[in-house]
Design a protein around this ligand. Structure first.
Ligand code: FE
Ligand code: FE
Ligand code: FE
Length: 162
C-alpha cells in the first residue's frame, strides 16, 4: 500500500505491532516453560495474559480507525524470537539460562516500547483520542514488564548466575 499520509503510516505500524504481538503470544509459553526460577516463570505467564489482552486492544484500535485488523510481517520480532529460541537450545546452567531468557525478553519489551511510543505519538497528532488511550495502556504494560524483569535480574537471577 502506498503511504500518503501519517494516518497510512499509523495503520502500517499498527499492522507490524499486531503481527509482533501475535508472535509473542506463541513465544511466551515456551519461555515460561524454559525458565527455572518460579518468579521468572510467573512473570512470563503474567505477561502472556497481558499480551493476549494487547492483541485484543490492537483490534479495538483498528476498529476505532475504521480499518480491518491485518498483520504485516514483523521481521524484527521474527529475529528477536529466533534469538530467544537459540538461547533456549543452548547447553546452559539453569541460572544462566534464566539470565539469558531475561536478556531476550527485555529486547522484545524495548522493541515494543519503541513501537507503541511511535503509534501513540501519531494517534495523538491525528486526534484519535480513543486510540491514544488504548495504546497508552499497552505501552505502560510493556514498561512495567521491562522494569519487573530488571528487578528480577538485579535482585536474584543475575546474582545466582554469577
Ligand atoms: Fe506486547
Ligand atoms: Fe516490526
Ligand atoms: Fe511485551
Amino acid at each position: 500500500m502506498k503511504l500518503e499520509s501519517l494516518r497510512d503510516l499509523l495503520v502500517e505500524q499498527l499492522q507490524d505491532l499486531y503481527d509482533a504481538e501475535s508472535r509473542i503470544t506463541k513465544a511466551l509459553p515456551k519461555m515460561a516453560k524454559a525458565a527455572t526460577s518460579p518468579a521468572l516463570k510467573a512473570a512470563f505467564e503474567k505477561h502472556l495474559r497481558e499480551t493476549e489482552g494487547q492483541v485484543k486492544r490492537l483490534e479495538q484500535v483498528f476498529e476505532a480507525l475504521g480499518e480491518t485488523a491485518k498483520t504485516k510481517t514483523c521481521k524484527a520480532m521474527q529475529g528477536l524470537i529466533a534469538e530467544g529460541e537459540e538461547t533456549m537450545s543452548e547447553d546452559a546452567e539453569p541460572e544462566v539460562l534464566d539470565a539469558a531468557l531475561i536478556a531476550a525478553a527485555q529486547r522484545v519489551e524495548h522493541y515494543e516500547m519503541a513501537g507503541y511510543g511511535t503509534v501513540r505519538a501519531y494517534a495523538k497528532l491525528l486526534k484519535q483520542d480513543a486510540c491514544v488511550r488504548l495504546l497508552e495502556q499497552t505501552l505502560e504494560e510493556e514498561k512495567a514488564t521491562d522494569e519487573a524483569l530488571t528487578t528480577l535480574a538485579e535482585s536474584t537471577i543475575n546474582v545466582e548466575a554469577v
